[in-house]
Design a protein around this ligand. Structure first.
Ligand code: FE2
Length: 479
């Protein structure tokens, strides 16, 4: 008997030691999606910064907790962990999206965080609070991402290596219909991978603030919840500023929801941020960002929406840099999507309010334009263009800007950075500049890539980095 007790005691001791020796996260994984950092509804920088930590877990009550501490601090600070929403849609297991706000962070300061379950740490990582104006900040931009391709994984790996301060995903985050299942199959496993490897992806989302806006694969003019009950997952999984112009639940700028009245009501309950979070603006470092939804269900001749864009940019007049993110590039040399030009109708506002760069995706390659000044044909500008409409007009191109010797652009530079993972478009055009529009200076369509930007108060350096780490383009803008 005594021998048996001794044996049991030794076995228990080994089991306890084993559990202690296992690294955090190697025990049974309690997450459906591991923690990831979001901006939350914090458009403006503050003396005490905050970020929101989200994670997904099974639809059962569990005792979650979060603790965090700034670099150099010895004491962990508790953060309240609460359920942000319960996602219960046909075709995927019901789950909860949890959130904890990490507040009181030092602007630009590094911090550590850990998630606990029943008091025991089950996940830990590090992050960086939003940087204030006046210091160097870096970010990555890419669109047209989650298709489970080798290129997507290699780009995610390169971004995790580059360690930008934050990442902006300029639409078409997941293919092909913005579904919960697609986030789970093709996005989180690659952008929130446990390891950084070229054929896997990287642990980007858990350590790097990431923001996104809507592309045509994330949101459609009509979203039929009968056919795609897990659609519009963007509104479930991102937590971003709620300061955009879409204050009504329907009307111009809002996708039409179809399905049973119960389904539509369920969606409204689960995603109270719909449609508001479809457009927003925020500041990071010396940049003011205006994030628009360029989907064809938005009529950009609408004076109310145009006014919002103008006022948003005007209010940021004192910021050194004003950048815009919108999915559909209206100045595009690819044969693919060439006629998707309706966003040209905002170029007058961008020019007048001093936007320096517009970042787009949609076309799956990389393109850089000369600085452009564009006057649309007055008749076309006055009426709503056709969905696939071309907008003609008069161009003034600043061909003297080269981003090296002459770094002061006269006009807006339009970048297409839609080579984030989906199948590339028009590779044959890369070596055929005669097929490019006159406004295009650079066109790379044979390899996946992302844009890497370094921002200072007086200069911005933009590089295009390929999935194999090569530098595809580089130019500088100064004030
Ligand atoms: Fe697209």
């Amino acid at each position: 008997m005594e021998r048996m007790i001794r044996r049991t005691f030794v076995l228990c001791l080994f089991a306890a030691l084993d559990a202690l020796l296992l690294p955090v996260g190697a025990q049974t994984n309690p997450f459906l999606t591991k923690p990831y950092l979001q901006l939350g509804d914090a458009p403006k920088p503050a003396a005490k910064e905050s970020l929101v930590l989200l994670w997904h877990a099974a639809d059962t009550d569990q005792a979650w907790g979060v603790e965090y501490k700034g670099e150099g601090q010895s004491k962990w600070v508790p953060a309240n962990a609460s359920t942000l929403r319960r996602v219960n849609v046909k075709g995927f297991e019901a789950h909860r999206v949890y959130q904890a706000t990490l507040s009181g962070l030092k602007p630009g300061g590094a911090f550590s965080y850990r998630v606990t379950l029943a008091g025991k740490p089950v996940f830990e990582d590090k992050g960086l609070a939003r940087k204030p104006a006046g210091v160097t900040s870096t970010f990555a931009v890419l669109g047209d991402i989650a298709q489970n391709s080798d290129g997507q994984k290699a780009v995610a790996f390169e971004i995790s290596k580059a360690k930008p301060d934050y990442v902006f995903m300029v639409g078409d985050v997941v293919y092909g219909r913005g579904l919960v299942t697609e986030y789970y199959q093709k996005f989180f496993p690659i952008y929130n991978a446990d390891q950084a490897a070229r054929n896997v992806g990287g642990p980007v989302l858990r350590s790097t603030l990431t923001v996104a806006n809507l592309g045509n694969h994330d949101s459609q003019p009509q979203v039929d919840l009968e056919k795609t009950p897990d659609g519009l997952a963007y509104f479930y999984y991102w937590s971003q500023p709620m300061n955009g112009p879409l204050t009504e639940k329907s009307g111009n700028g809002v996708p039409e929801l179809k399905g049973s009245s119960e389904q539509v009501a369920d969606f409204a309950r689960t995603a109270p941020n719909f449609p508001r979070m479809g457009m927003y603006s925020f500041d990071y470092g010396d940049v003011h960002w205006t994030m628009l939804d360029s989907n064809p269900y938005v009529d950009w001749t609408d004076p109310k929406l145009r006014e919002w864009v103008r006022n948003d940019l005007r209010a940021a007049k004192k910021m050194p840099w004003r950048f815009v993110g919108l999915h559909h590039p209206p100045f595009n040399s690819s044969k693919a999507h060439f006629n998707d030009q309706w966003m040209r109708l905002l170029s007058d506002i961008f020019e007048e309010e001093g936007v320096q760069v517009v970042f787009s995706g949609h076309v799956h390659n990389y393109q850089r334009s000369h600085p452009i000044r564009f006057k649309p044909n007055a008749e076309q500008a006055a009426k709503r263009p056709m969905i696939k409409g071309k907008i003609d007009g008069a161009f003034t191109l600043d061909k003297s800007f080269d981003g090296a010797k002459n770094t002061k652009p006269q006009g807006v530079i339009w970048l297409v950075t839609g080579a984030g993972g989906a199948g590339l478009y028009n590779p044959e055009q890369e070596t055929d500049p005669s097929s490019w529009q006159e406004f295009t200076v650079k066109f790379v369509s044979t390899i996946h890539s992302f844009t890497h930007v370094t921002v200072n108060p007086k200069s911005v350096q933009i590089k295009q980095i390929a999935a194999d780490g090569r530098e595809l383009d580089k130019f500088t803008i100064t004030q």
